[in-house]
Design a protein around this ligand. Structure first.
Ligand code: NAP
Length: 260
């Protein structure tokens, strides 16, 4: 399949990494940064080209642009888009809705996706919305090596963005804070970081693999009068749960603004 990527920044390059594993594909790549483009073209055996060639030639096109650039770039590509009416366009832009994309692209040919950066290592959480069942199957096949993929009604995509798209940054913040506390208590930075990271990974895996609620799993770690409950009380007093909910809700508000 001929697959194009317009915009290969943090997210576009991570998707490229996942999609390339489902190949062999003919990859057409474009980005402002020519140096980065040459490195990616070399690494994934793709062709470094421009947006026009991708829009007019590729069968599937991933759009990895910042939300405010999606409209202007698609406007510039109007002629190339018209030359290639069967192409499937996949936008990863936060907050940009299918109806907005349909002002520039054939409505039946659009997928809105929300990935996160762990797709690069096959551990992503990607949601997507599309109006056509055929598009959904194609998308799931292309993302088969990226981690978990879930179709959602479009009205839930912003909420999914705030949890899974932004979420890795929230978890890195948690890992960094736990690491800092470990260093304060005498562990080396590397050991503290390894302990914090594996603990986050293992706890998340327990939630995914067991049929128990996170509160039940938490109770199994929390003995009466013990150290875990002392830590949990301090976290509650410091507003841990409220801060987390507020963080997700603020990310949701900003996602909605970005789509305006
Ligand atoms: N980062 C995440 O974790 C994440 C998660 C989910 C969704 N997203 C979405 O993914 C999209 C990209 O985000 P990002 O974090 O990857 O941003 P980014 O790192 O800034 O990547 C965007 C890339 O597009 C390039 N670009 C800009 N204008 C272009 C044009 N006209 N033609 C070709 N390339 C162009 C940029 O080059 P220059 O910088 O040189 O202009 C940059 O390399 C956003 O819409 C965001 O909402 C990101």
């Amino acid at each position: 399949m001929k697959i194009g990527f317009i915009g290969l920044g943090n997210m576009g390059a991570a998707i490229l990494e996942a999609v390339a594993k489902t190949g062999p594909h003919e990859l057409l790549l474009s980005d402002h940064n020519q140096e980065k483009l040459a490195i990616l073209a070399d690494r994934f055996q793709g062709k470094a080209t421009d947006n026009q060639e991708i829009a007019s030639q590729a069968q599937v096109i991933f759009l990895g642009l910042k939300p405010h650039l999606v409209g202007p770039v698609l406007s510039e590509l109007e002629t190339s888009i018209a030359e290639n009416p069967t192409a499937i366009w996949i936008s990863m832009a936060a907050g940009v809705r299918l109806d907005q994309l349909a002002s520039y692209l054939p409505a039946e040919q659009i997928i809105r996706m929300m990935p996160n950066t762990p797709v690069a290592i096959g551990q992503g959480m990607t949601t997507f919305a599309t109006s056509k069942a055929e598009n959904a199957r194609l998308f799931e096949d292309l993302m088969a090596q990226s981690g978990q993929v879930k179709q959602l009604p479009e009205n839930l995509m912003d909420a999914a963005t705030a949890i899974a798209g932004c979420g890795p940054a929230f978890i890195y913040e948690l890992i960094e804070a736990m690491t800092a506390a470990g260093i304060q208590n005498g562990l080396t930075a590397q050991v503290a970081q390894d302990l914090a990271s594996q603990t986050v990974l293992g706890a998340a895996q327990m939630v995914l693999e067991s049929d128990q609620h996170p509160a039940q799993l938490r109770d199994q770690v929390t003995s009466p009068g013990g150290s875990t409950i002392a830590g949990l009380v301090a976290l509650t007093q410091a507003g841990f749960q409220a801060a987390t909910i507020q963080g997700v809700n603020q990310a949701l508000e900003r996602t909605k603004e970005l789509g305006q």
